[in-house]
Design a protein around this ligand. Structure first.
Ligand code: CIR
Length: 254
């Protein structure tokens, strides 16, 4: 069965890291409601949602995706690029321990899960303000024995690789070409975000369904025109903290 690890919104989310957005007031009640709607959506799609306790003092801890990369054979515990986020990984490692052998990224490496995108046996990995070459090299050393390739991708003007591209199907992606080195995806079918929705490239594929943020209706139309089944959620409050639909869960076969 599919397991989705999530974590409640921290009471300190107001102090979240921000890289590309101006700080705006986050309505925590609304953020929690929206996060609950997101968890219900995963539940309806057949995931068993395992919700970890909220963490005060860890403002960004709702964004569990950044703490680990979970593959069928192993899991990598990340070393997040933002120092304020490093403590988040302990509880994620504990939650993953029953399911996978764990391998860790160590100093001087940094790696955020939001920079790692799996397609087949290829791990596209963003070189970003959060993920460095040492982190990518360590990732490669851990996964190569299991038959995975790591493909580094330069990203620009956005936080993570998955802010710029995400998986839609076996061979297809949703992409904002302005934010990454698109030559890495030459062999893939590509749907582009609507020019008015540059933040719309983050989509979460669960089985055959695409979970997508309601804030990007034009791009959503593009997905539906390509016969994709799309289920929308409102994550507008967490978007103020630079979070999207992939960030709020770690989904894997349990
Ligand atoms: C951060 O800057 O780390 C958080 N405020 C947002 C993290 C979003 N995570 C993701 O895209 N994977």
């Amino acid at each position: 069965m599919l397991i989705a690890i999530t974590r409640g919104v921290s009471p300190d989310i107001e102090k979240c890291e921000l890289t590309h957005l101006e700080r705006q007031l986050i309505n925590i009640t609304k953020a929690r409601e929206q996060h609950g709607e997101y968890e219900n959506c995963l539940d309806e799609l057949g995931c068993r949602v395992v919700r970890l306790a909220e963490e005060s003092g860890m403002p960004d801890s709702v964004f569990v995706e950044d703490s680990a990369v979970v593959l069928d054979e192993l899991a990598i515990i990340c070393r997040p690029g933002a120092e304020s986020r490093r403590a988040e990984t302990d509880s994620i490692a504990k939650a993953l321990e029953p399911y996978r052998s764990l391998f860790s990224i160590k100093f001087p490496g940094t790696l955020d899960g939001g920079d790692v995108m799996l397609m087949g046996k290829t791990l596209y990995t963003g070189i970003s303000s959060r993920t460095n070459r040492s982190g990518i090299k360590q990732l490669e050393n851990h996964v190569r024995p299991f038959g995975y390739d790591v493909m580094p991708v330069e990203v620009r003007n956005c936080l993570h690789l998955k802010s710029a591209v995400s998986v839609l199907g076996e061979n297809s992606v949703l992409m904002n070409r302005d934010w990454l080195d698109e030559s890495r995806f030459r062999d893939r079918e590509c749907i582009e975000t609507d020019p008015d929705e540059p933040f719309g490239a983050n989509a979460l594929r669960v089985g055959t369904v695409i979970v997508y943020n309601r804030s990007f209706p034009r791009t959503r139309e593009r997905l539906e025109k390509c016969s994709l089944s799309v289920k929308t959620v409102d994550l507008s409050e967490l978007a103020k903290a630079e979070g999207g639909v992939t960030c709020c869960s770690l989904i894997f076969q349990g």
